[in-house]
Design a protein around this ligand. Structure first.
Ligand code: NIG
Ligand code: FE
Length: 413
C-alpha cells in the first residue's frame, strides 16, 4: 500500500539523518520543506521532498494537502490515562479555597483515585481508558507513555498494567508502560511506609516482571510521598528487572531527587517546577531528559517549569501532558505546546521540537517516531488550512488538527 500526499504547504520536522534529541540552541531550529510531497508505504515513511522533485509514478492513494501542513504526531511521554472516574469535586473544592495538599491530606488526591480504581473492574477500566486514548489520538498524539500508580495494592497495580498491555495490543499507537507503585502511601500502610516499599519491591515488581507488564519505573519523589533514600531503594530494585527510571521530581520541593535519578541513569526527570541552580548543574552533567508539564502548572496554579533557564543552559527539554484526574485532567498536546509558548516563553520551534523528537527520546522511541524521517512509522497529522506552524500555539484552545495517521492508517477524520 503506497500513499502519496501532495501540495503540502509545509512539511514540518523533517530530519534526513537520525537525530536522538535536540538541545539548547538547536531547539530553535525546526527543519521544514515548503511545497512538499510525502510518500508512505506499508505503514512507514518512504520518501518526501519538494513538489518540483516528485517523479511520476503510480500510487494506491493520492491525497491533496493544498494549504495544509503535515507534522509528525505529538509524542506524549508522561500520562496517567488509566484511571477510574474523575475528581471533579476536588476541582470545586480548590475553587472554594482548599489547596491540592490539603485535599490530599484529607484523604482525597491520589488515594481517592486509588479507591475508585480498586472498586472498578478491569473491563470497565479498559473501556474508560480506551475512550481517553481515542480522544487524545484525535488531538494528534501518536505515541504515548502510560503510568500505573492509582492501584496501590498488588492486584490493582497489576490490573492497571494489564489494561495498558491490552491498549498496546488493540491500538496502532506505540505505548510504553511505567510502573508507578510508589505514587502515594496507601492508608493501610499509613504508619508503615517501609512495609509498603517492601510490598512494591518483594511482591509487585516480581509479578510485573513475570508478566512483562512494564518498560519503565517511576517514583513520586516529594516531601510527604517518597524520600530520596526511598527513591534510591525503589529504583535499584526496578533496575534488577530491567526497568529504566522516569521519575516525578521537583514538583513542589527540591530535595535532591534529580541527583538520585541521574545516578540511576534515568531516561527522564519530570515536573521540575521548582528547580535550583544546583539541580540545573546536575542536569547538565547527564543524558537524562528534563520534562515539563505545563498543563499541570496551569490547572493547579503552581509555577511553570523554568524552560528558558533549562534550554539556555544548553539542555534539551520535552513537553508532555501529565493527563491524570487530579492535577491535569487534559490530554491535549496542542494546549501544552501553546501554554509552553505563552507561559514559559518557548518559541513555536522549541515547543514543537520538545513535543515531538524530544518526547520520542523520553520514551526510548526515537528510532520509530518524533520526526519525518525515512523508515520511521507513518505517524503524522494534517492540519487545517493555516498560514504558518506558529499558528498552532498562537491559536491556543482551538483544534487545528484535521486528520491523524498512525502507521499509515487514518486514525481520525
Ligand atoms: O504527575 N505528582 C504526582 N502525580 C500526578 C498527580 C496525581 C494526582 O493528583 O492524581 C502528577 O501530577
Ligand atoms: Fe505525573
Amino acid at each position: 500500500m503506497t500513499q502519496l500526499f501532495i501540495n503540502i504547504k509545509e512539511l514540518i520536522q523533517v530530519r534526513d539523518k537520525f537525530v536522538k534529541k535536540v538541545s539548547g540552541k538547536e531547539m530553535k531550529i525546526l527543519p521544514t520543506i515548503k511545497g512538499a510531497f510525502l510518500i508512505i508505504k506499508d505503514g512507514l515513511i518512504f520518501d518526501y521532498g519538494k513538489m518540483s522533485d516528485l517523479l511520476e509514478s503510480t500510487f494506491d492513494d493520492k491525497i491533496d494537502c493544498t494549504g495544509k501542513m503535515i507534522l509528525p504526531t505529538w509524542c506524549d511521554s508522561h500520562t496517567h490515562i488509566v484511571f477510574a472516574g474523575n475528581r471533579e469535586q476536588e476541582f470545586v473544592d480548590r475553587i472554594n479555597g482548599l489547596s491540592y495538599e490539603e485535599i490530599a491530606n484529607n484523604g482525597g488526591g491520589i488515594l481517592n483515585s486509588a479507591k475508585k480504581l480498586q472498586e472498578t473492574s478491569e473491563e470497565d477500566l479498559y473501556i474508560q481508558s480506551a475512550k481517553r486514548l481515542e480522544e487524545v489520538i484525535i488531538l494528534g498524539t501518536g505515541a504515548i507513555e502510560i503510568k500505573s500508580g492509582y492501584g496501590l495494592t498488588v492486584e490493582a497495580e497489576l490490573k492497571m498494567l494489564r489494561v495498558i498491555k491490552k491498549l498496546k495490543e488493540n491500538y496502532d499507537i506505540p505505548i510504553k508502560a511505567t510502573f508507578l507503585g510508589a505514587h502515594a502511601i496507601p492508608n493501610k500502610f499509613k504508619n508503615n511506609k517501609e512495609g509498603y516499599i517492601n510490598l512494591i519491591i518483594n511482591e509487585m515488581l516480581p509479578k510485573i516482571a513475570a508478566e512483562d507488564l512494564a518498560d519503565f519505573i517511576d517514583v513520586f519523589c516529594e516531601v510527604g510521598y517518597f524520600s530520596v533514600d526511598e527513591t534510591d531503594k525503589i529504583l535499584s530494585a526496578g533496575k534488577k528487572y530491567g526497568l529504566i527510571p522516569k521519575v516525578h521530581v521537583n514538583q513542589f520541593n527540591s530535595i535532591d531527587g534529580i541527583e538520585i535519578s541521574i545516578k540511576h541513569k534515568a531516561l527522564s526527570v519530570d515536573h521540575l517546577e521548582v528547580l535550583s541552580d544546583t539541580d540545573l548543574k546536575v542536569l547538565i552533567s547527564a543524558e537524562t531528559m528534563p520534562v515539563a508539564l505545563p498543563s499541570c502548572s496551569y490547572f493547579l496554579s503552581i509555577p511553570y517549569t523554568p524552560a528558558r533557564k533549562i534550554i539556555d543552559a544548553g539542555l534539551p527539554l520535552t513537553l508532555a501532558t501529565d493527563y491524570n484526574p487530579g492535577s491535569t485532567p487534559s490530554g491535549n498536546m496542542n494546549f501544552v505546546v501553546a501554554t509552553a509558548c505563552i507561559k514559559m516563553k518557548m518559541t513555536p520551534e522549541e515547543a514543537i521540537n520538545a513535543a515531538t523528537i524530544n518526547g520520542a527520546f523520553a520514551m526510548n522511541l526515537e528510532n520509530k517516531v518524533g520526526s519525518i524521517t525515512k523508515g520511521k512509522f507513518a505517524n503524522f497529522m494534517i492540519t487545517k488550512e493555516i498560514p504558518s506552524f506558529g499558528f498552532i500555539p498562537y491559536s491556543f484552545g482551538n483544534n487545528l488538527i484535521e486528520t491523524v495517521y498512525l502507521k499509515g492508517k487514518k486514525a481520525s477524520n
